[in-house]
Every structure is written in structure tokens, then in C-alpha cells.
Design a protein around this ligand. Structure first.
Ligand SMILES: [Zn+2]
Length: 243
């Protein structure tokens, strides 16, 4: 029996997909409106109206000023402005908790092409996603930052490393701690493979989904510095930090 003769042949499958889309039409990941033909992931409206920071056009920008005096970073930026209950929050929630990893790819390509064209980071040798612990990977099934990191690396034409930086455990909520205490607690949870001296001048791009206090990125950067990686840049999908 060939696939054409089988009960679930190509036509049946196509009809099934069409029927499925009629009952469950694909929705915009940001505003939940039904997508029209040709729209993928987010609707045209959101593509134009999502609040971009344009921090790559400022020198120094608010993210860089936020880290000034805390850690030595080359350059840092974030793509979107995060506010409670805005479309960006919905987008990140879908990416992190509902398995919508294609959002990471879409934003990574979009943001990556803007950053590449502006030459904001200059040459990037390697993209590194902020890791999550093995326990969290088992629970969630994926690191929500990984697809964003891979898409950025594709745009920059460089490698994406998933194993240079590791997280040994998750730590509980740290809302009662100061930023300094939070960074110290987090630093003990990250480790990095020592750098090959030949790569000491590598220009790294450390990426995360959201920057709020910056404690996680600060701890990761400190860990990379200790392992011999001195040129660390930062990029996130969204930020609560504004000018
Ligand atoms: Zn939308």
C-alpha cells in the first residue's frame, strides 16, 4: 500500500490541517488576534507597534548605564520595552511557559538583523544563552533562551555555545535581597569552562529573555570573566530598564 492509497493520505492530511486551522486558527503570540494569511507568529499590527527600545542607537544607553560601575561589559542592549500587561509580557510568557520556542527564533532573526546592520556589537565570535539548570530543563523541556541565541548566532554567522556556561541549581526567589546579595547568591550557581588562551580576545554575546535587576546577567558575566573570557556583550529580548 502506498501513502496515496493509505487512509491518511496527503489530501486527507491537508484537509485535516485546514479543518484544524478553522477550529483553532493560529493566533498572534503578542495580542492573540487571529493571524491572516502570510502573517507568521505575530500580526502585522504588532510587528509595527511592539515597543522597541532602539537602545542600539544610544551610546551609552540605559542598559549600559545600569551596569556602569558594577561589571565591565563591552556593549549591552535590549530589543523591547517590558511593562506589566503589555504585549511584550504576553510574548515572553508564551515563549517561556507555553512551549512557543518559535517566538525565540522569530525575535532572534528580527533583532539580529537590526544589530548586524547597525554594527552595534561589531564582530561577534560566539553567542551564549543564559543557562537554566538540568532540573528546570527536565520540568520545562527546553531553555527558553536557546532558540533566540541560535537565531542571533545565525544572523551574526558565528557559533552558539550551549555548554561553556552552566547552571548547577535553581535558587529560590530573592526579592528580599539587595542587588549585591542577589548577584553573590547567583554567582555560586553558575560555572564556566576555562577559556583556551587563544580565544582570550573572543567577543562573546551573552543573551537572556528579560533583564530586570540585571543580577543574573551580572553573575554570568562575572563567571565568564573568571574563566578567562574578557570581552562580554549583553543582549536581551526585553527590559524593564528605561531611560
Ligand atoms: Zn498582534
Amino acid at each position: 500500500m502506498t501513502i496515496r492509497d493509505s487512509p491518511l493520505n496527503f489530501e486527507t492530511l491537508r484537509e485535516f490541517v485546514l479543518m484544524f486551522n478553522l477550529i483553532f486558527p493560529p493566533l498572534c503570540h503578542a495580542c492573540e488576534r487571529i493571524l491572516t494569511q502570510g502573517e507568521k507568529g505575530i500580526c502585522a499590527n504588532c510587528r509595527h507597534e511592539l515597543p522597541q527600545t532602539n537602545y542600539h542607537l544610544q551610546n551609552p544607553n540605559p542598559i549600559e548605564l545600569h551596569f556602569f560601575g558594577r561589571i565591565a561589559i563591552a556593549r549591552a542592549t535590549s530589543f523591547l520595552k517590558f511593562e506589566p500587561n503589555n504585549r511584550v509580557q504576553h510574548l515572553l510568557h508564551e515563549l517561556k511557559y507555553h512551549g512557543q520556542q518559535s517566538i525565540g527564533t522569530m525575535i532572534g532573526r528580527w533583532f539580529g538583523s537590526i544589530l548586524k546592520e547597525s554594527r552595534f556589537f561589531g564582530h561577534v565570535d560566539m553567542v551564549i544563552p543564559v543557562p537554566i539548570s538540568a532540573k528546570r530543563i527536565r520540568e520545562r523541556g527546553y531553555n527558553q533562551v536557546a532558540y533566540f541565541a541560535v537565531a542571533l548566532a545565525d544572523e551574526f554567522g558565528c557559533e552558539c555555545s550551549m555548554d561553556i556556561l552552566q547552571k548547577s541549581k535553581e535558587v529560590k526567589s530573592q526579592v528580599t535581597l539587595t542587588a549585591e546579595e542577589r548577584t553573590k547568591v547567583l554567582s555560586d550557581t553558575f560555572s564556566a569552562k576555562s577559556n583556551n588562551p587563544l580565544k582570550a580576545k573572543s567577543n562573546l554575546l551573552l543573551v537572556d529573555d528579560l533583564i530586570t535587576t540585571g543580577a543574573t546577567l551580572e553573575a554570568c558575566t562575572n563567571t565568564l570573566h573568571s574563566a578567562g573570557y574578557h570581552n562580554v556583550n549583553l543582549a536581551t529580548i526585553a527590559a524593564t530598564i528605561s531611560s
